[in-house]
Design a protein around this ligand. Structure first.
Ligand code: C2E
Ligand code: MG
Ligand code: MG
Length: 346
């Protein structure tokens, strides 16, 4: 129709305008002898197709702008209803998370970590799960990003720590021999300057020895390379626990920085382990991480082991710790407890 054709013409004009603005703004600014890059995200919305009043139009433009930012640091994006749908799903998941937290529908699962040469259980990783209203078991990839964006990761992270401590206390009280426990802490939790104080308090409240715990941090935590992060890691280690770099190889941490970190272990990312028998590149990366850990005198653990052939390959390269479905999937606390009960007393 005539108006639709006109709408397309307008959209083309808007697009050209957005491209010109981005082009102008993306010229680096020279200041104090350095060049400073600028990024710019633009959200575009049309009247009357998207909304019929100024407030709603602005809201649509805002959503489109955030989407543009998420897709790419610099760029533009027209509003469309999929943006709205995604936001609705996000809001629903946020509500689900809040309710799950207050209604006790979160659970900590435990995946054993093994010594690859002896097959003995040397520890476990605590992994968060959500029991959905519909009875579905929801995996972290569906809700951790939303928990991080909404800030819910702080109370949820605290809950995981308290729950894991309570479980450990329970096992110790039952007289079980309890191997070390690894806990995941996300980058967003590192924005909290009181993190180490909180962690310390939680362990003290639960009356469990801090030395039984490892914190797993992802490389993204380290990326900024800021001194404040280094201080925070040092403080955490001073509470008596050890630090592990999770998903190692997927980020870009510099080696000189890595050397200064108070970490004790690197975890080889699952993607390399699953590809290493089919891809020389993946095998070379695994090999390099193992050598790196040796020269920096760090422990190394391979995650996502699904076949015996991978175990053999890792052992031949000198990696003696691992976890994966080949041995155990993450287990509900009760199943892990029975597993511990069956272990020979160390
Ligand atoms: P991650 O810390 O790298 O945890 C390992 C993930 O690999 C787990 O996924 C585990 O189930 C999965 N995995 C282990 N072995 C195998 C295998 O052989 N094959 C396959 N295909 N997968 C395997 P999960 O439990 O879905 O957790 C995903 C991510 O969510 C974790 O990755 C971690 O980054 C995050 N996460 C989990 N629990 C927490 C938590 O309590 N706090 C925070 N901040 N993040 C958590
Ligand atoms: Mg982990
Ligand atoms: Mg990992």
């Amino acid at each position: 129709s005539w108006s639709r054709g006109l709408g397309d013409v307008y959209k083309r004009h808007m697009q050209e305008l957005a491209e010109r603005i981005i082009e102008e703004l993306s010229r680096p600014i020279l200041w104090a002898g350095r060049s400073w890059p600028l990024t710019c995200a633009i959200g575009l919305t049309t009247f009357p197709a998207d909304a019929r009043n100024a407030d709603d139009l602005l809201r649509c433009a805002d959503l489109a702008m955030y989407q543009a930012k998420r897709d790419d640091t610099t760029g533009f994006r027209f509003y469309d209803s999929s943006i709205h749908q995604r936001l609705r799903r996000k809001t629903e998941m946020e509500i689900e998370l809040r309710e799950a937290l207050s209604e006790g529908r979160l659970a900590v699962f435990y995946q054993p970590l093994l010594s690859l040469d002896t097959g003995r259980i040397i520890g476990a990783e605590a992994l968060l799960r959500l029991h959905g209203r519909d009875g579905r078991l929801v995996l972290p990839e569906e809700f951790i990003p939303i928990a991080e964006e909404s800030g819910l990761i702080d109370p949820i992270g605290e809950w995981v720590l308290r729950q894991a401590c309570a479980d450990v206390k329970d096992w110790l009280d039952q007289g079980l021999s309890v191997p070390r426990l690894a806990l995941n802490v996300s980058a967003r939790q590192f924005r909290n300057p009181d993190l180490s104080k909180q962690v310390h308090e939680i362990f003290a409240d639960a009356n469990v020895p801090t030395a039984m715990f490892e914190l797993e941090i992802t490389e993204s935590v380290l990326l900024g390379g800021e001194e404040s992060i280094l201080d925070l890691l040092q403080e955490l280690r001073d509470t008596g626990l050890t630090l592990t770099v999770d998903d190692f190889g997927t980020g870009y941490s510099s080696l000189s920085y890595l050397r200064r970190l108070p970490v004790a272990k690197l975890k080889i990312d699952r993607s390399f382990v699953s590809d290493m028998l089919k891809s020389d590149d993946a095998a070379a990366i695994v090999d390099a991480i193992i050598s790196l850990s040796k020269s920096l005198r760090l422990q190394v653990l391979a995650e996502g082991i699904e076949q015996q052939a991978q175990v053999d390959f890792l052992l031949s390269m000198g990696c003696v710790e691992g976890q994966g479905f080949h041995f155990f999937k993450p287990l509900p606390a009760e199943s892990y407890t029975s597993l511990l009960s069956d272990l020979p007393v160390a």
